[in-house]
Every structure is written in C-alpha cells, then in structure tokens.
Design a protein around this ligand. Sequence first.
Ligand code: FE2
Length: 236
Amino acid sequence: MSPAQDLYFVQQLVGDMQNFAYLIGSRSARQAFVVDPAWNVQGLLDRAAQDDIEIVGALVTHYHQDHVGGEIFGHRIEGVAKLLELAPMPIHVHKREAEGVQQVTGASAGDLAIHEGGDRLELGAVEIRLLHTPGHTPGSQCFLVAERDASGAQSGHLVAGDTLFLDSCGRVDLPGSDPRAMYESLAALRKLPDETLLFPGHLYSPEGHDALGHQKRTNPYLRAASVENFLELMGY
Ligand SMILES: [Fe+2]
C-alpha cells in the first residue's frame, strides 16, 4: 500500500445538536483515534470495527457536553464516560481543558493524556498535530491531520471543533470564552495552506467540509482584518 492511501478518515454526524464526531487513523496500522466521542459511542466503535480498525484513543476538541458527554439542560448525553466503560483508552486533552473534561465527564486524571499545543501523535503514515486554539474555551484544540505522500508533499485535514465552522466560528460569550484569544486563534488557522480541508465540530451549513482557501475568502469571521474588526462582528 502506498503511504498516500494510508489515511483513514470518517466524519460522522451524531446526536440532536448536529455534532460531528470523527475517526482518524491509519489503514496500514489498522488503528484510529475517535474525536469527540459523544451521543452514540457504541455506534462510533461499531463503525471502526466494521472497517477492521481498532480505536486506540480519544481526542477531545474541548470540554463541552455535546462533544464529550455529560449533563446539559437536564439531559444526559453519553460520551467519554461510556467510552471508558466500553473500551478503556487514553483521552487526549489540552492541559487547560483537563479540569473541565474531568468535571463534565467524571473521567479521572489517570484517564487523561495531557497535551500542549504543538504536540504530535502518529499512526502509520498519518500524523496529527494538536493546535492550541483558545477562544471558545481556554483549552480548545484543533487537529491538523497530514499524510506524507510518495512525493513528500503533505495534504491536510483540519478538524476544528467549535473554533471554526463553515461560514462562522464558535461562540465566545460562554463561561471561559475569550473573544480576543479567538481572533488570534483564527488568525493562526488562516496561515494554513488554502488546500487544507476544514472539518468542523457541527454541521451548521449545507456542506460538511470545505477548502480552507474558500473559507478564507468568504467566512467573515476568518476574514476579520483586525481584533477590533472581529470584536465588532461578534457584537462587542
Ligand atoms: Fe462548544
């Protein structure tokens, strides 16, 4: 198998809030991570099993209940706790999100693999870079997934959680949100190559993904030329 075909990447719509969960891994290694396991944990594990892929860890974009499970508005959303019950595995979180993930899911410190921005995870020929993108929450992170092809070129998928959506961005009026940090995070994402494919944390647009280059031209939140401009757009 050529390494260019090694990427295993599944986008799965889950639950009542139009959340996306993802499976990201390597076909040659037959292993993957599950991103934001919530709403239908068994369904995500079943999908991987159908593809003969073992889930070896969870990647958390941020600690909100619709992404990791927990109690919200009197409803219980299943998530990380159910995953740990069914198949114990490391839960990869940014260090500033560790406390929130434990509070919301009931996971213990020992269940977590704690990361800084810039950390990398590898499965087969697939590399996942953890980008710290605070703003929606203090420890929000995006995952930049790249696979080296035969020519050495890298193609990228950006799994952006609630930092960047198609045509919009995550809320910054929630506890722990920081609008100025969000502007800086979006400015950093804007530097990624145009051909990067953006995969958001929710389906808030007709399409499930888009080229980042197109979003750079059309998404007003990504186009904001200054922090003042961005704050005005966000209603500050
Ligand atoms: Fe969120």
